[in-house]
Design a protein around this ligand. Structure first.
Ligand code: AMP
Ligand code: MG
Length: 395
């Protein structure tokens, strides 16, 4: 199955089970969350014309070349008097421009004479150095759509409009399960045949960054009965996200449990790393089973599970930015799966980590992004590919 098709199916499923509950949260709690209601401005911002400079405000028609007396001083935070005819006002950045003034000249172009009157050395233009009322937004304007992912910039915008709280989609509850008899948790001594569980850390930390509520469901042994009981014990979560045990191997107990008590789709994706992916539900709870190899987990989470989780919260724009870049490496063998090579940009060209094994997480630690190599393509130095920065997906 091509990657786009799998993604489209996941997004369709996400839209069929949207998370509608929302709650009002203080801005400090909203980072990474999704806005539940359109944010419409109830203010003009700025609320009044203000000075972009430290300098002098005047009425252009009063300036004839004769020095002007200074009739008031206006600091940011003060309410000025209307400008007296034939005078100018000392004004500072962010201060309201007094009624009657139509121009601000910066202090560097002003000369203060011995009698404290001021003249100007440069030609003046109407409106110069004045930030007009409503240049950021005006009353009634739609500022942020429902479904917008909130980050520092959006939260700053909401704050600038006077909001101390926003209505956000409730956190998605995701249970993370690591399957595999070979897994033990870091901190314990490693026995024969064992490896440390790293996917759990990758996914739990990533999900927290995404604003999800994480239910860390620990390690699940490769055992059908234990799989059933563990799945049943997870209760009311929005998604069960597991890793491992989805290759059509003998230890695919997740698949068996889903088939028995829910529904299962087993996809062989045309993606590398990360061919096998399980999607289904267990007693009505959606389940995504990612492949267990660390780089496969990473790539399939970034490109499939993450957009699914965002869409469930109503985010429309779930595709990461891709940048068209030339490659600085040769790719002689065309593949039949789309490859997401862990790469970097060096001197304007994409280069890739020396070992692209699906079990090597260091490739991604070294990388700045994924180099997308389409099915059936070979690459020469200078050929162009899509580059997806990790920063686009790690949030
Ligand atoms: P599986 O999909 O269960 O066949 O696992 C594929 C490979 O990924 C095997 O080499 C597993 O040992 C490894 N693996 C599976 N789960 C994890 C995990 N949570 N942390 C690290 N490696 C894992
Ligand atoms: Mg396994």
């Amino acid at each position: 199955m091509p990657v786009e098709q799998a993604l489209q199916q996941l997004l369709d499923m996400a839209e069929a089970t949207p998370i509608r509950e929302h709650d009002v949260q203080p801005l400090a709690e909203c980072d990474g969350r999704v806005l539940a209601q359109d944010l419409v401005s109830t203010l003009d911002l700025p609320p009044w014309p203000n000075s972009a400079m430290d300098g002098y405000a005047l009425r252009l028609s009063d300036w004839t070349g004769e020095p002007l007396p200074v009739s008031q001083r206006i600091f940011a935070g003060q309410a000025p008097q209307p400008l007296a005819a034939g005078t100018c006002a000392r004004i500072f950045t962010g201060a309201p421009v007094p009624e009657g003034a139509d121009c601000v000249e910066m202090q560097e172009n002003a000369v203060v004479h011995a009698d404290d009157r001021v003249s100007f050395t440069e030609r003046l233009r109407a409106g110069q150095n004045i930030r007009p009322q409503g240049q950021e937004t005006t009353v009634g304007e739609l500022v942020l759509n429902a479904g917008t992912r909130l980050g520092p910039i959006e939260l700053g915008l909401a704050a600038s409009l006077g909001h101390d709280c926003l209505s956000v989609v409730r956190r998605v509850r995701v249970a993370v399960l690591s399957t595999g008899d070979e897994l033990i948790e870091p901190g314990l001594p490693l026995g024969p045949g064992q490896i440390y569980n790293s996917n759990r850390r990758v996914l739990c930390s990533w999900l927290v960054r995404m604003g999800c509520e994480v239910i860390d469901a620990g390690i699940l042994p490769d055992d059908l009965e234990k799989t059933r009981t563990r799945l049943a014990s997870l209760g009311s979560v929005d998604l069960i996200l597991s890793t491992g045990g989805v290759s059509v191997g003998e230890a695919d107990f997740l698949g068996i449990a889903l088939r028995e008590e829910g529904e299962l789709a087993l996809w062989k994706l045309a993606i590398k790393p990360g061919k096998p992916l399980t999607f289904g539900h267990f007693r009505g709870v959606p389940v995504i089973g990612l492949p267990g190899n660390t780089a496969s987990t990473l790539v399939t989470f970034a490109l499939l599970a993450r957009p699914y989780l965002l869409r469930r919260q109503g985010v429309q724009d779930v595709a990461p930015l891709r940048f068209d870049v030339p490659v600085g490496f040769v790719w002689p063998q065309p593949g039949n799966r789309r490859e997401y090579l862990r790469g970097r940009i060096e001197q304007g060209r994409a280069i890739i980590y020396r070992n692209q094994s699906s079990g090597v997480l260091r490739s991604a630690a070294w990388a700045e992004g994924f180099v997308e190599v389409l099915e059936g393509t070979t690459l020469d130095i200078g050929d162009r590919v899509n580059f997806i920065p990790l920063s686009e997906v790690l949030n």
